[in-house]
Design a protein around this ligand. Structure first.
Ligand SMILES: [Zn+2]
Length: 97
C-alpha cells in the first residue's frame, strides 16, 4: 500500500509524531498501542511559482514517516510534495528538525 499525503509543509512534518504517544523515547499508536514503525516518505520538490500546479525541478528527497504497523498495515512507502520558493535550493525540512 502506498499513501499519498499531497502537499506538505514544515508544520505538517512537525505534526506527524503528534499522532502518537511518546514514551521513553519511543512512539506508540494512540488507537491500538502498537509501537510505531518508520517508512520512507518520498517528497517531490516543487516550485511555488507554478502553483497550483505541482511542477518543479524533479528533485526528490527522502524523509522518515512514522506509522502504525497495525492501523496502517501493509504500508510500503509514502509520497508527498513540498513547495519551495525559487532560488531556495534546499527546503527547510532538510536542515531543521
Ligand atoms: Zn494503531
Amino acid at each position: 500500500m502506498i499513501k499519498h499525503l499531497g502537499q506538505i509543509d514544515h508544520q505538517t512534518m512537525k505534526s506527524w509524531p503528534d499522532q502518537f504517544t511518546k514514551r521513553n523515547g519511543d512512539f506508540f499508536c494512540k488507537k491500538c498501542g502498537s509501537q510505531i514503525g518508520w517508512v520512507t516518505c518520498y517528497v517531490s520538490i516543487h516550485l511555488k511559482i507554478f502553483e497550483p500546479e505541482c511542477v518543479g525541478p524533479g528533485k526528490v528527497i527522502k524523509v522518515n514517516y512514522p506509522f502504525c504497523p497495525k492501523c496502517d498495515e501493509g504500508l510500503e512507502y509514502v509520497t508527498a510534495c513540498y513547495h519551495i520558493d525559487t532560488g531556495v535550493t534546499e527546503p527547510r525540512l532538510l536542515t531543521d528538525g
